[in-house]
Design a binder for this molecule. Structure first.
Ligand code: IFM
Length: 445
């Protein structure tokens, strides 16, 4: 017996991308920390760069048509800060602004609602030289940049996301050193996280003022942490993991405080917080963007300040080595709603990388991706049934693209990109998403 799961009326289906991952067009933008990082030996798979990427800078019209053809109602993309302000501040790069002007206009003409992220990791190099995100001043530079973008696009863009995944920015970039700028210092990472959050809070009123209809949010990558056993030690480990992955960002944004247990745990490494910062950071928002890919399972360990060690439960894994765990999405959404009541929630990213193969007929039979998405759509529907005000779902990603340290070796797109010819080929999963979006429903077998 099959069952039809209907999503609420007005539920928004879309896809997501990010500037550095798809645009290319390096000649019309300033140098960013990722341009530099790509050139560090051994940091990015086979030295891949974002110089050309998917050449979306030149092919955006084709990409907008693709989305329209797939019945997508919204598109989440990011603005490249160094395309707007080559050095991160100073003179506006008019041709860069013009690119986003044309992109937004094409989307609106196609009936696709733009959801614009202001920062998805491509920090202008000059700002990095001024101390990177560990420098408090960057928060104010971000506010200035926000003002420029809001002035130029705010007449047509009303859905804004300040930052994408501050956890990744600060901890992968400044503590673990596997993302740009490649630093490895916990104290600087925590300071970077604080400055990113401060910049978020400073940007909120600027975006609101740009248009009475503006809706502003932030996107966090969240991952529920489960203990490997019922022991007190493992349960404490899961609490620490949750504090690190989730509460370190959710608490400041929604409660105006850092979680006490984690503050104690990080002890001498905690960030400098000035008077008034937490009020700025906790400015009321219109929505929360949640990026969900997998869960974590941990047990008590000895290593590092967190003293947790990760377990790989039996199960299915994607090419990233991430466990396929749709129940985690339901659990996460229900928990976020219960503990933080953030108002409207969007899944601003969910998707998976698998080894795709383009057939000689130009097809990609990615049933593994289709099944992954199908299971996560069901999980999202279950969360709605449990009272979560989930308003939309953005699939990561529209196109195969530059997957950071993995370069082009991981394909997350529902549209295959031949990186030699830059031809696009909708995969079977794209047709599945099209059917779900068009029906605003899915059939469960
Ligand atoms: O590609 C990234 C994206 O830039 C941010 N969220 C996770 C995706 C997959 O790793």
């Amino acid at each position: 017996m099959s069952e039809i799961l209907r999503f609420p009326e007005g539920f928004l289906w879309g896809t997501a991308t990010a500037s550095f991952q798809i645009e290319g067009g390096i000649e019309d933008r300033g140098w960013s920390i990722w341009d530099d990082f790509c050139r560090w030996p051994g940091k990015v798979f086979e030295g891949h760069t974002g110089d050309v990427a998917d050449d979306h800078y030149n092919r955006y019209r084709e990409d907008v048509s693709l989305m329209a053809d797939l019945g997508m109602q919204a598109y989440r993309f990011s603005i490249s800060w160094p395309r707007i302000l080559k050095d991160g501040m100073g003179d506006v790069n008019e041709s860069g602004v013009d690119f986003y002007d044309r992109l937004v206009d094409s989307l609106l003409e196609a009936g696709i609602i733009p959801y614009v992220t202001l920062y998805h990791w491509d920090l202008p190099w000059e700002l990095h030289r001024m101390g990177s995100w560990a420098a408090r001043d960057l928060a104010y530079r971000f506010a200035d940049y926000t003002r420029v973008v809001a002035d130029r696009l705010g007449d047509r863009v009303t859905n804004w996301i300040t930052h994408n995944e501050p956890w990744v920015v600060s901890f992968l970039g400044y503590w673990m050193g596997v993302h740009a700028p490649g630093w490895q210092d916990l104290g600087l990472a925590l300071q970077a996280a604080h400055n990113v959050l401060l910049s978020h809070g400073l940007a909120v009123p600027i975006l609101r003022e740009s248009n009475a209809a503006s809706r502003v949010g932030i996107t966090l990558n969240l991952s529920p942490a489960y203990p490997a056993s019922d022991s007190d030690a493992d349960q404490d480990a899961a609490r620490r993991q949750d504090g690190f992955s989730n509460r370190w960002f959710l608490d400041p944004v929604y409660k105006g405080t850092y979680p006490e247990d984690m503050w104690t745990l990080f002890s001498s490494e905690v960030p400098r917080v000035s008077d008034g910062d937490m009020e700025i950071i906790s400015a009321p928002l219109d929505f929360l963007g949640v990026n969900y890919y997998t869960r974590s399972m941990v047990q008590a360990g000895e290593q590092g300040p967190l003293r947790v060690s990760s377990i790989q439960p039996e199960g299915e894994y994607t090419q990233m080595g991430w466990e396929v765990y749709p129940q985690g999405l339901t659990d996460l959404l229900v928990r976020v709603e219960q503990d933080y009541a953030p108002g409207d929630i969007y899944i601003t990213e969910n998707g998976c990388a698998y080894e795709d193969e383009l057939t000689s007929e130009g097809q990609v039979h990615d049933s593994d991706r289709t099944v992954y998405l199908y299971k996560h759509f069901i999980a999202a529907h279950r969360a709605i049934a449990e009272g979560v005000p989930l308003k939309g779902y953005f699939i990561w990603s529209l196109l195969d693209n530059f997957e950071w340290a993995f370069g082009y070796s991981r394909r997350f797109g529902i549209v295959y990109v031949d990186f030699e010819t830059l031809e696009r080929y909708p995969k079977d999963s794209a047709r599945y998403c099209q059917a779900v979006a068009q029906a605003n429903a899915l059939t469960v077998e």
